[in-house]
Design a protein around this ligand. Sequence first.
Ligand SMILES: Cc1cc2nc3c(=O)[nH]c(=O)nc-3n(C[C@H](O)[C@H](O)[C@H](O)COP(=O)(O)O)c2cc1C
Length: 331
Amino acid sequence: MPPSPQTLWLAPLRGVTGLTFRQCLTRHFGHLDGAVSPFLTTVAGVRIKATHLTDIEPARNQALALVPQVIGKSSTELRTLLLAIRGLGYARCDLNAGCPWPMIVKKGRGAGLLRDADALRRMLDTGCALMPGGFSIKVRLGIESSGLLLERMDLLNGYPLREVTIHARTARQRYEGHVDLDGFAAALQACRHPVCYNGDIRTAADLAELRRRFPAVSGWMIGRGIIADPFLPGRIRGDPRPVAIERLRAFLDDFGDQSAHELSGPAPLLGRLKELWSYLHARFVDGPFLWRQIRTSRHPDDYRRILDDWWGREPQLVEITEGIKPPGTSA
Ligand SMILES: Cc1cc2nc3c(=O)[nH]c(=O)nc-3n(C[C@H](O)[C@H](O)[C@H](O)COP(=O)(O)O)c2cc1C
């Protein structure tokens, strides 16, 4: 199989894959074709936070193609968001119909949109009218159980969507438990649009296996797998450069410096660094020990001391072997 799979996307993770992360990741590791931004939302349906707009500012997003993502349940809200995004020059936008958090789902947003066919139809009408040829949607297999997406597929098939990204879990599962590859297979078969797969790709072998099983998939979206192992896109694409700890350190130094520059005050900075390390620590031998120290640190200066000490110990990377293990599926 050729080393370059179809489109490789960085998944949106609010609080992690913001502008600075995307810039640093691209500078130090590369090999991604694009990213979907963490979702933008409105304040009271009419205004968009300046920080959300800064994140997608085209001049700062030149190195990695970006598709802004929005969340909402009313077409008025969507219109506000799409006009602003279009005004920045974007011809693509993604609708979040997969966020699983109960507060969001209960309000009919995120995965909650799948429950209400009329609301979903209104969003698709507005999205496809305002972003002709460039409107896509990110969904789950269902809310309580798999199958709801299949019920909505006729509706989705009736619109000229650019792509449908399917996270192969239900909202009830959030991000845990096994991905449902049989459920994904059924949705893939029913969908008339290009389909992007998302969920638990942790290794190049995971992706190779998925590509073998689902040759019709047009794109692959990876989130936590890249945050825990920024070398992953390079491995997938056959980058000959060594997986050297110095490269990871340079990336982290850059990310820390840029974040300090961008954020005001020590608390947001430390919060951002902790969020990153909550995934990244798993990549190191003795990572849980390091993570305990970072998690309980109180100030970025403590964090820097902990890391200086850590690099001085010549830490070792672990091979990630825990990939997708669907139960009882004949992969
Ligand atoms: C902390 C966190 C924040 C997330 N934020 C978003 C978001 O803004 N938009 C979205 O569509 N998905 C969001 N997701 C879901 C991811 O994009 C992705 O679907 C999920 O992590 C599963 O893919 P992975 O197994 O490759 O990480 C988020 C997930 C997490 C854990």
